[in-house]
Ligand binder design. Structure first.
Ligand code: FA5
Length: 355
């Protein structure tokens, strides 16, 4: 039998054998039997030296074609076995991603999205659509960012307005003490220092005060700061943004009142109160029986604050506000005690958006 004939026979034999294989290890063994160093094809090729010159001319390309074809069959087979294995696995592991089981069925409480997160996401979307950036800042601050840059020097009585958790670690290199930030207004300072006017941003975050807790006061609570700096920013702009937040969140008319408020970092400063939605203004523990809840202090940024932030006060001015997020959430969902928000009780969370 000629060597060409032998190669053709091996090719056919290989084709027949590989067709019946169903696992990758067998395919690799078969490959070694035929194409390995001591494999059947290699053995035939070793006897090439005994062939006539004419036969050798034909045999070289023929052997390569057959080897390539066998390699290709091996590759195709490995791929089809792998696919088959994946399909089998998929058929066995059926996951229904639409399936939800109830607490009754499983006894397991599923968590939900915290109502504050829901409101925060809504507010962020509203402000992003109005061209505001969203900023963040550290919980541990120094006196400069929490007080001094906000026009509250060391001896200013306004420091007592916010009972502060101080650290007794070494002071900062500039000789300033560290503290847990008492308000998100610290991010006003960081925002001003890191950008050039005109700019506008909001900054949601947790703040800390050494206070007694009650139905509307927590020691760890959340604010959402807002700041807009540009040329000719006015109180009318400020009121427009305040109204936008409230109408978008409540999606109904809510009664508010604007009254003068004192904060060293704004002038003029305002307190925006909302008619208590827990008692409809009749008086309860949330509104301390006044019918009104302090929600959204705000004002025109004091020139000293702009200067501390590196802003040219001849050219630019701005407004700022500090929304009480937890109280907003309470008003929106009729939550009668702020302490529910931090209770970590899944029965509370699962009343809102569940997974
Ligand atoms: C401030 O913290 C100012 N930084 C806000 C501000 C920013 C004014 C920019 C002007 C310009 P105040 O201490 O009033 O202000 O707190 C702001 C809001 O946080 C309050 O209206 C209230 O809704 C909420 N808040 C204050 N203390 C507590 C507390 N202990 N628990 C829950 N919410 C609180």
């Amino acid at each position: 039998m000629s060597m060409i004939q032998k190669l053709d026979d091996l090719h056919k034999e290989f084709q027949g054998q590989i067709a019946g294989l169903t696992n990758q290890a067998d395919v690799l063994n078969l490959k070694a039997d035929y194409l390995g160093k001591k494999g059947k094809v290699s053995e035939i090729l070793k006897s090439l030296k005994d062939a006539s010159a004419e036969e050798r001319k034909e045999l070289g390309p023929k052997a390569n074609t057959i080897k390539d074809s066998m390699q290709e069959m091996v590759q195709d087979k490995l791929t089809s076995i792998e696919l088959e294995e994946i399909n089998q696995k998929l058929a066995q592991d059926k996951i229904d991603i639409t399936y939800t089981n109830s607490v009754k069925e499983t006894g397991i409480h599923h968590g939900g999205v915290h109502p504050r997160t829901l409101i925060q996401q809504e507010i962020e979307d509203i402000f992003l659509s109005m061209g505001f950036d969203i900023l963040d800042g550290p919980h541990i601050e120094d006196e400069f960012h929490n007080f001094e840059a906000l026009n509250i020097p060391g001896d200013h009585p306004a420091r007592d307005m916010q009972d502060t958790f101080w650290f007794d670690d070494p002071e900062s290199p500039e000789g300033r003490k560290h503290l847990l930030r008492t308000h998100t207004s610290t991010i006003q300072v960081r925002g001003m220092m890191s950008r050039k006017p005109p700019f506008r941003f909001i900054a949601p975050g947790t703040v800390f005060r050494c206070e007694r807790t009650d139905a509307s006061h927590e020691m760890v609570f959340n604010q959402l700061e807002g700041m807009m700096v540009g040329e000719n920013v006015s109180v009318a702009n400020l009121i427009y943004f305040m109204k936008t937040i409230l109408t978008e969140i409540f999606k109904k008319e809510v009664e508010v009142r604007l009254r003068p408020g004192f904060f060293p970092f704004v002038e003029p400063g305002f307190e925006l109160d909302i008619k208590c939605l827990i008692c409809s203004g009749k008086g309860c523990s949330v509104c301390k029986h006044t019918g009104w809840v302090e929600l959204l202090p705000c004002g025109m940024v004091h020139p000293n604050v702009l200067k501390a932030g590196g802003i040219d006060t001849e050219k630019y001015n701005g407004f700022a506000f500090g929304l009480g997020m937890d109280r907003l959430v309470m008003m929106k969902y009729g939550i009668e005690d702020i302490r529910h928000l931090q209770s970590g009780d899944l029965r509370f969370n699962s009343q809102f958006k569940t997974f």
